[in-house]
Write a protein that binds this ligand. Structure first.
Ligand code: FE2
Length: 423
């Protein structure tokens, strides 16, 4: 007997009337109209069943700290970094863990079951690193949390930066991070990329750097990142996060750069909510959007994900772990408004970040983990349009969150009694 049989689901690829059979936490069969005995059945009622949302770029050590010790007055990236520096001395491990666990509750409620979080390794006490390693252990039954050793103050610019990053990796942090545009010079930035990629190659780790989070078109550390990826044989294992300077670069240079990124199989993560609020701050008008060239990267075959980056922290006062909001902002900023492009934006919060994070057994095929979200929408486009309610969230075939359907009662003569905003 099956553990769970879902029937009448619509899948993101457009197949309808689909059944998904679950045994021992995995999908064992996915086909139209399956009939089989099961301990639990779920009628999807023709609604969209998606693999869980994945956020490949987040900062869980800073989340839910908005207003501590003060708010970011200028709204800039650099004041945010300074503010985080002011907050760090007063951080306690218990409070940090508590905030992170609260965020993870929100994430599960929103069907977000895999998160790559950067963790600041600049502090020699390793307080944030140890706190997030503890969070990773605690949430493992319901969230796959991957940690990136992130030298927020610059691996070369801050005293002991390199040693602290290596200590974080020794403690069990999964991915090598970096922030080359924050080093003192372009040369130091390039040197940091080389050093960090060599550390990753030697340790068999993935790489994910904050790269060129700047409106300066001469910030070209992505070029060095692709070069080091090729040189060290790290193809498919390296990600450039943000890449906002690419927005402002000369088109001729970008025409050379995009094939280099594709050739090195370097992945890209854009963070639309943060990019649209932090970039262009030194502009008057016209004011640049600052987000990287998402459709152009995709057209070159680069795997691109949209990340949340920040929720209620020194850089951003809003957000709620809703990856559909992230995708919606991404498609607006990138003007990805065709039906095909909107579906690409849905991929950018599901299967693309799963590929970037090298998640094992992600998807809806037989053999994949039975992790999924039932949405109050009929297809990915409607899911983004409505920031659809996550009716049911399952992890390894077990229900971990549910929300009531969103409907409004109407009191209008001659009109229906209620609406759910579905077409
Ligand atoms: Fe970030």
């Amino acid at each position: 007997m099956l553990d769970l049989l879902v029937h009448n689901a619509t899948l993101p690829d457009g197949r309808t009337g689909m059944s998904l059979a679950v045994q021992d936490g995995r999908f064992v069969e996915v086909a139209a109209g399956l009939q089989a005995a099961a301990r639990e059945t779920l009628d999807a009622q023709g609604l969209l069943l998606s693999p869980p949302f994945v956020d490949a770029h987040f900062h869980m050590d800073a989340t839910l700290s908005y207003g501590m010790p003060r708010v970011n007055q200028s709204g800039t990236l650099l004041e945010g970094i300074a503010l985080w520096g002011e907050l760090k001395p007063s951080l306690t491990q218990d409070a940090l863990i508590e905030r992170a666990l609260t965020y993870c509750d929100w994430a599960v409620a929103k069907g977000l079951l895999a998160i790559r979080s950067h963790v600041d390794t600049s502090d020699p006490s390793m307080l944030a690193v140890e706190a997030l390693l503890e969070v990773k252990r605690r949430v493992a039954p319901y969230i796959e949390l991957q940690l990136v050793a992130f030298p927020q103050d610059g691996v070369l610019r801050s005293p002991g930066g390199l040693e602290n990053l290596q200590r974080a990796l020794d403690l069990g942090v999964d991915v090598v991070g970096g922030i080359p545009h924050f080093e003192r010079t372009m040369a130091d930035g390039a040197h940091s990329v080389k050093l960090l990629c060599e550390i990753a190659a030697a340790r068999g780790k993935l790489v994910d750097m904050h790269c060129d989070e700047s409106d300066d078109p001469s910030s070209r550390h992505i070029e060095t990142l692709t070069y080091e990826t090729q040189r060290l044989g790290l193809q498919g294992r390296v990600t450039g996060s943000h890449l906002t300077s690419m927005h402002s670069m000369d088109n001729y240079y970008v025409s050379k750069l995009l094939p280099l990124i594709a050739e090195a199989q370097v992945h890209a993560i854009s963070n639309p909510l943060i990019n649209i609020t932090l970039q262009g701050r030194h502009d008057s008008y016209p004011k640049r959007r600052g987000m990287t060239r998402v459709p152009e990267l995709m057209a070159h075959g680069v795997t691109v994900a949209f990340g949340q980056d920040c929720v209620m922290d020194p850089w951003y006062s809003l957000g709620c772990a809703d990856m559909l909001e992230v995708a919606s902002m991404g498609l607006h900023v990138a003007q990805m408004t065709s039906q095909a492009a909107i579906r690409q934006c849905f991929d950018a919060i599901t299967k693309n970040p799963a590929k970037i994070m090298h998640l094992d057994r992600y998807g809806l095929e037989p053999g994949c983990n039975a992790d999924f979200v039932l949405l109050q929408a009929r297809d990915p486009v409607e899911a983004i349009r409505l920031r659809a309610t996550r009716l049911k969230v399952y992890k390894r075939g077990k229900l971990v969150a549910e929300s009531p359907a969103a409907t409004a009662a109407l009191h209008l003569d001659g009109r229906p009694a209620q609406t759910s905003l579905l077409r």
